[in-house]
Design a protein. Structure first.
Length: 107
């Protein structure tokens, strides 16, 4: 039979198996509840969720076509905005100015 590792039924079985093995481990070895909760939160729930979100979000971020003579980075950040900064670029520029204010040029 042909099996796809990314089919929903196979993923559900792997998730249940992973949780079962984690419960078995924590049943045999004593750890404080806060450490067990942290393990489940970060390793079993948050990391895989963030991985799948980053995979789907990355499809819309990369430029798909580049015209000859265009600079990929500058055309991506200014596409449709011509001179306006937005999003994470604006946040980083604000942080940079707050931490390292630029000096005025003296001629």
């Amino acid at each position: 039979p042909s099996l796809s590792l990314f089919s929903p039924s196979i993923l559900a079985v792997l998730v249940v198996l992973n949780h079962y093995l984690a419960f078995q481990y924590f049943a045999e070895e004593y750890y404080p509840f806060s450490e067990v909760l942290a393990y489940f939160t970060f390793c079993l729930w948050l990391t895989p969720f963030a991985f799948f979100v980053s995979l789907s979000a990355g499809e819309n971020v990369l430029p798909s076509t580049v015209q000859p003579g265009d600079d990929v980075v500058s055309s991506y950040f200014t596409k449709g905005k011509r001179g306006k900064r937005s999003g994470i670029l604006l946040v980083f520029s604000f942080i940079k100015e707050a931490i390292l204010p630029s000096r005025q040029k003296m001629y």
